[in-house]
Design a protein around this ligand. Structure first.
Ligand code: FE2
Length: 380
């Protein structure tokens, strides 16, 4: 299915296109602040099949930072590391470890995006600015969201270059093969105790999002519920941001563990979509990506729960891929272990076969798997 197919997308309020004051064309890129951009880039290329796209650093006139840009189909990652002591990027890394700084959104009008969100209460991060080179111009602006995370609005219709002005094409000998990842399905934020509603209201009021009604919103089995979650979606459904907050559970919440190690709110996971999760996950596993495993019993009755599926169960069981269904179809998903030293950011691989929800039926099995990991870290 296409992410732009929102014919059956259910929002708690209708958002007619005419009233969408912040039309978003998609996710432009995700920027991570990391301790060592060159080596992080190699990780995302070798393990995840991202291809080299662009570079900015000393050779392009930058003195204080280095950025590598990677691409796989519609997904673009920017990995940025500081080059000198002090400064904003170092401070960010000291506080949070490597992590997502910016979720950049592709817009037709970056000035208007800034003005519309600013007048609705957004805290400015970057006043609209024009960046130009021989390939044209780009207009960027930005606002703050939860924690130290920001949204950058990228207007690139007048730009023909590789990525952004200031970057040059990066075309090394090493060109890893894709693992079949297509686009960002959703980006999840973890926020502090009792802050979920505040940030959902931010997305509603400041960015014109609405709450996506899905099975995920209903109460989750209490014994394992260690989080509350709401999903906010923009008007055309291309951008979906679930927001989690910790909840009192039987054990220490996984969200609480995140908040502790990230030192505040931040991006918990990126969900990357594929058309063939079995191929994608086998490829990733062979390249060294580590996934959370649910117990084998999960597969004994999963088809009773989700009904018939197109795939053979055996490869799903072998790889540990989870299955869930809502009233519009089913989905296949799997979650990595944290991909950084701190137990913070992880990645979800998702294949949608009609389902528009987020895998609530898997929460219990998943939480048990996460708790086993937490136990081994002594953070339960
Ligand atoms: Fe997710």
């Amino acid at each position: 299915m296409s992410v732009t197919d929102n014919t059956s997308l259910k929002l708690t309020k209708e958002v007619p296109a005419a009233e969408d004051f912040l039309p978003l064309l998609g996710t432009d890129h995700v920027e991570l602040y990391v301790g060592n951009a060159k080596q992080a880039a190699h990780y995302y290329m070798a393990a995840w099949g991202f291809q080299p796209l662009a570079y900015a650093g000393l050779e392009t006139g930058l003195k204080d930072r280095t950025s590598y840009v990677l691409q796989q189909d519609k997904i673009r990652l920017v990995l940025t590391a500081p080059m000198k002591p002090g400064g904003e990027i170092n401070r960010h890394i000291e506080q949070h470890g490597d992590g997502v700084k910016a979720i950049a959104l592709w817009v037709d009008d970056a000035r208007k995006s800034f003005e519309e969100t600013f007048k609705r209460g957004a805290e400015p991060y970057m006043e609209p600015e024009v960046r130009e080179d021989e390939n044209g111009k780009v207009i960027l602006s930005g606002i703050h969201t939860y924690g130290e995370t920001v949204h950058i609005f990228v207007e690139r219709s007048a730009y023909q270059g590789t990525f952004l002005p200031g970057y040059r094409a990066w075309n090394p000998h090493y060109q890893p093969e894709s693992t079949g990842l297509k686009y960002i399905d959703h980006m999840v934020g973890n926020v502090g105790w009792n802050e979920m509603n505040k940030w959902c209201e931010f997305y509603a009021k400041v960015m014109g999002f609405a709450q996506l009604v899905s099975f995920d919103d209903k109460d989750i089995s209490t014994e394992y519920t260690a989080l509350m979650s709401k999903v906010m979606s923009n008007g055309n459904g291309r951008i979906k941001f679930p927001i989690n907050e910790p909840a009192e559970g039987r054990k220490k919440s996984q969200i609480e563990e995140y908040i502790e190690f990230y030192n505040g709110a931040g991006v918990q996971h990126m969900a990357l979509a594929t058309d063939n999760i079995i191929e994608t996950v086998s490829g990733l596993r062979d390249r060294g990506v580590e996934f959370l495993r649910v117990p084998g019993e999960y597969y004994e009755d999963v088809l009773d729960r989700v009904g018939e599926i197109d795939e053979d169960l055996e490869p799903l069981r072998e790889l540990g891929i989870l299955i869930d269904r809502d009233d519009e179809g089913y989905l296949l998903q799997i979650f990595t272990k944290p991909i950084l030293d701190r137990p913070t950011l992880f990645i979800e691989i998702i294949q949608r076969k009609g389902a528009k929800s987020f895998g609530k039926g898997n929460f219990k099995a998943l939480f048990e798997a996460i708790e086993r990991e937490q136990e081994s870290r002594g953070t339960l």
